[in-house]
Design a protein around this ligand. Sequence first.
Ligand code: NAG
Ligand code: NAG
Ligand code: NAG
Ligand code: NAG
Ligand code: NAG
Length: 486
Amino acid sequence: MKNCLQNVLFVVSIILVQHVHAKSPHILFIVADDFGWNDVGFRNENISTPNIDTLAKEGVILDQAYVQPVCSPSRNAFMTGMYPFKTGLQHLVIWPDQQVCSPTNLTFLPQQLKKLGYATHMIGKWHLGFCKWQCTPTYRGFDSFYGYYTSHEDYYKKTNVRNGKLGFDFRNNMKTDKGGIGTYSTFQYTARALELISQHNKSNPFFLYMPLQSVHSPIQVPIEYENMYKNIHNEGRRKFSGMVTAMDDVIGNVTQALKAHGMYEDTLIVFTSDNGGWPTMFGNNFPLRGSKITIYEGGTRVTAFVHGAGLKKTKYTYKGMLHAVDWSPTIVAAAGGVPETNIDGINQWDNIRTGGQSGRTEFVYNLDDLAPYETGHAAIRVGDYKLIVGYPGLYPGWYPPPTYTSDNYIKEVPYDGSQDNTTQLFNLKDDPNEHNDLSQKLPDVVGKLRKKMAEYHKQMVPANYPPATSASDPKNYNGFWTPGWC
Ligand SMILES: *[C@@H]1O[C@H](CO)[C@@H](O)[C@H](O)[C@H]1NC(C)=O
Ligand SMILES: *[C@@H]1O[C@H](CO)[C@@H](O)[C@H](O)[C@H]1NC(C)=O
Ligand SMILES: *[C@@H]1O[C@H](CO)[C@@H](O)[C@H](O)[C@H]1NC(C)=O
Ligand SMILES: *[C@@H]1O[C@H](CO)[C@@H](O)[C@H](O)[C@H]1NC(C)=O
Ligand SMILES: *[C@@H]1O[C@H](CO)[C@@H](O)[C@H](O)[C@H]1NC(C)=O
């Protein structure tokens, strides 16, 4: 009986897979790193991103696409559809000497896509932990991986230093790969993407997750890109602007390759930043308030768009609320699959593709009980209102782009306890740049949102943020940041 049932299920699943093959789009999921609200050509005439602008304007610009204020938590949300405060990743990021990775019992997006018959590839930055192999991309649903495991690194040398320990961090699948030393990583990523596209068997759907190194610090760019911005006197901003245009070139070259191989018309492109720009590192979110490492809008509301296969309504700006946790179920739905239901993410596919109302009316910016806070203690949005409780993060100001001045000094406001128990309330519809704190005026709204926050707080797990270990020292691994120490 059991065997019989298994056979029936097997046949049904083959039929399903074949059915899905016929209509599943190719999917290109691009994540920019530390790319700010005001760092894109379609918002800022001083930056050149012709490829992004064209795709965004032909597709759907996402006006209210929210993410976490820093890197690992956002990436965890993209891959799993789970809020970081439920998976222990709410406190800052995963450092290369912490025995931490995204919980291995969570289902990753590429694992779901593989069940739908996709070839699944990843190029770029992982940053979801690597202390054991089970944590790494090729164990979590990716057929191939080309890139690095840690938070950031030199674009040419491919090295990252943590607590005085220097290691090389670049891999082709599981193998360390020194072939690209001296090459600006952005060119390597384009070349790899072009190779994957040209080798892909087109009778299968193709998924490429491309979390680019651009435009995270260090501020490094080939001179030809910097030279495009001779009018910008501030050296950091000039180079950063060049980094943005180099990133835009990757997107241009990859879309060209999809066209050349007859895949473009069948491809859905999703583009988002992982968090807001970092003004101390020359990114910019103006006029939004704040920065990366802060739960104000500048850290959490990002440049994002979708383009291509499956969209019914295009060339407009979608105003509905989206959160990083929504991408996994939304992409699974776009792929023709059935999204998981026991996750925080909401399938927004039909809403985005038809211009329908968002399935989301609220979300958690972050909840973090581990002081000293860095990314901010707690914030929640319900409808048009946003409540911030306690310290909001390192960068509470408004920072216009530095263009003519050489001084880029931005005042960090480290946690000192004085803001514990404070509340701030904003109406983001009337005041998207968070100038008018309404908490004194509207105590009832504060009370309602505090209650809501307390409900979410009950679902929180403690942050998994252990002290550094020397076990990961690259000296133990021939100079490489390498799995095997947890
Ligand atoms: C573009 O640069 C000019 C000249 O510095 C500046 O006045 C303007 O605000 C910049 N635009 C944006 C959107 O940042
Ligand atoms: C994963 O494991 C954690 C810790 O054991 C547990 O709390 C959580 O419910 C598990 N999640 C899933 C999706 O199984
Ligand atoms: C994109 O392709 C052009 C033309 O081949 C090349 O000059 C440029 O370096 C490429 N850019 C990137 C970032 O790969
Ligand atoms: C491409 O994939 C299809 C379906 O999986 C398979 O039948 C075919 O042999 C493959 N073609 C090549 C050239 O590998
Ligand atoms: C904040 O509230 C907690 C709990 O009510 C209290 O223990 C703490 O002293 C308060 N901190 C400040 C700075 O008021």
